[in-house]
Design a protein around this ligand. Sequence first.
Ligand SMILES: [Fe+2]
Ligand SMILES: [Fe+2]
Length: 166
Amino acid sequence: MSLKIREHEFLELTRELLDSDQVRMMGRWKHHGPVTTLDHSLFVAYNSYRVARFLRLDAHAAARGGLLHDLYLYDSKDKSAHPGNQCFDHPRFAARNAAKLTTLSPKERNIILSHMWPLGGALPRSLEAWLVDLVDTICAGLEISRIYRPSRLRERLGVRPLPAVY
Ligand SMILES: [Fe+2]
Ligand SMILES: [Fe+2]
């Protein structure tokens, strides 16, 4: 399968989400160093989709769950935005926002809630949830170590963050 066809299929699977203000709004906040939450989420979603497809798993749930896994929609450094520990809190906020945005399957909801396991949250209950958990960890490592800049992927896919409002 060529890169163009693969990227096109990924965009088709996630079109409803990528066109939403909520997902594009993730571009307003930094997640790992200079990497925005939108760029990180796209990086995780696209690679989860690719591996799921290769392994003949549910690529639809992996792509959507991956894209929504960090949809917490606040500045993680702003202590007034969330009550407790960001590591434990943010999957619950993301699941709540995702459920307002789209109809989540039970598998997609569990992908979001379990993506921080074993540091917190729910236990992954599907191969796709285990996959997104692992891909998230690898992508975070590549971002923090500056080995890969995921804004390149976002630009290639033609996803535009929502402009900030001041
Ligand atoms: Fe996360
Ligand atoms: Fe993440």
